[in-house]
Ligand binder design. Structure first.
Ligand code: NAP
Length: 410
């Protein structure tokens, strides 16, 4: 029975496999089986920790994930069980509370063995009620190959003398596998196959455990292909070709300056940056009213400045994109603004330097700077844009002025 209440009345001896199991791995399973065989116990109960006493400052994966992975890992062995005692008990997890609870559920003459890493056991005198603990159960200190046992034996003379017969050592070669190594492998995209049971690997993959937040895949309601199809009918051919070129440029910049997540977001922001550009003017004005987009005097006078602000709203409503970073990159891709995010800068710059643009003065320098330093490129492009606006006797938007002041001061 895989619950907090396992029937232990028929067991004469039980091993408790205590650990964080973040995640559980084949080394743990081999250890449990080796202990079961050596001490002839009737059952091994895996006991994932709840709020470990010694790890209150460390980031530990949510206990339900650790518990479920332990259940998946042990389900094919009928001598193994998993207990929720520690994860269901509120407050800090102390082993003494667990052993006392188990004792209450067992026959009075039951023999208990607590298995855990030798490092943890050697600090047993820092645990709660260590002496009582050592009278209630035996300890199996498992070590990895190459573990310096002798130094540790000296350090724990106190335990050796008083409780020598209560502590057993076992070297388990399979413990060359470690949870911290598995977490590192996942972050480095290295395989974990055969280090954890397949079901645990699948579980880790499904819930994207141990993956760097910035490397996690961003999920969109519509696929990129569906968004492209929809966009094609909203843009002129010329604008669509420009959009495809902005995507290529934005992806290149994101690959250089950002994470995997930035790359994905850059693709969608670039795809949708001009989604409202070819809307007829009366439709643009009507939608702005409907969506409560405030138009200032400059936007009213130069209606081309409306499309980025309306575009962000269309991306949200029509293309079902709710990522604020992407929406910001669409919203400010024409005017810019002070202190832009990485994605906002990438889209602003990619829009200016994309390869399908006809050559004009300053384009080569902007392209050079974009691959040298994004802030320098921002300043240069803003200067070029402002000069162009002035030359044409157009009005400058205050956001662009603020943006240039900001990037000049950097
Ligand atoms: P840990 O710091 O996560 O583990 C220390 C080392 O031992 C790691 O290298 C770990 O390898 C290994 N290890 C841990 N459990 C193992 C097991 N069952 N079999 C083989 N190797 C194991 O220590 P922990 O896992 O959090 O704590 C171990 C147990 O001691 C837990 O049940 C915990 O509640 C208990 N404990 C109690 C107290 C207290 O009552 N005050 C204080 C400390 C610990 P992996 O990373 O590969 O697992």
């Amino acid at each position: 029975m895989r619950s907090g209440i396992i029937n232990l009345q028929n067991c004469h001896s039980i091993a408790i496999m205590g650990g964080t199991f973040d995640p559980i791995h084949n080394g743990h399973l081999v250890t449990a089986e080796a202990v079961r065989h050596r001490f002839k116990v009737d059952k091994v109960i895996f006991m994932p920790t709840g709020n470990p006493a010694h790890k209150t400052n460390k980031k530990v994966t949510h206990h339900e994930h650790r518990y479920l992975m332990t259940v998946l890992a042990t389900m094919r062995n009928e001598d193994f069980d998993v207990s929720r005692i520690e994860i269901d008990r509120p407050g800090i997890t102390y082993t003494i509370d667990t052993i006392e609870e188990l004792k209450r559920q067992c026959r009075p003459d039951v023999r208990l063995y607590f298995i855990t890493g030798a490092d943890a056991i050697h600090q047993i005198f820092t645990w709660k009620d260590p002496e009582k603990l050592l009278t209630l159960c035996d300890f199996v200190a498992v070590t990895r190959p190459g573990y310096k046992k002798n130094t540790l034996f000296e350090e724990i003379g106190e335990i050796q003398e008083k409780f020598a017969s209560r502590i057993h050592y076992m070297e388990v070669p399979a413990l060359a596998i470690s949870s911290s190594d598995i977490r590192k492998r996942i972050q480095n995209n290295a395989p974990i196959k055969y280090l954890v049971p397949q079901a645990v690997e699948d579980y880790i993959q499904k819930f994207e455990l141990y993956v760097d937040e910035m490397e996690k895949e961003v999920k969109f309601v519509l696929s990129i292909d569906t968004m492209k199809e929809k966009l094609q009918s909203a843009l002129s051919i010329k604008r669509y070709i420009h959009t495809m070129a902005v995507i290529d440029e934005a992806i290149k910049l994101a690959e250089i300056y950002g994470s995997q997540q930035d790359r994905q977001k850059a693709e969608v922001a670039a795809l949708l940056h001009d989604c409202a550009k070819n809307y007829p003017e009366d439709l643009k004005l009507r939608l702005c009213k409907e969506y409560h987009i405030d138009l200032d005097d400059i936007m009213k006078a130069q209606t081309d400045l409306i499309h980025p602000f309306l575009g962000a709203e269309i991306a949200k409503r029509e293309y079902l994109v709710d990522d604020e970073e992407i929406l910001g990159a669409i919203r400010y891709h024409t005017t810019g603004k002070a202190n832009m995010t990485l994605l906002e800068k990438i889209i602003f710059i990619a829009d200016f330097i994309e390869p399908s643009r006809d050559s004009f003065e300053g384009l080569d320098e902007a392209r050079r700077l974009a691959y040298l330093d994004l802030d320098m490129a921002m300043r240069y492009i803003l200067e070029q844009t402002i000069a162009f606006v002035k030359k044409r006797d157009l009005q400058l938007h205050s956001l662009s002025v603020e943006a240039l002041d900001y990037y000049k001061s950097k």
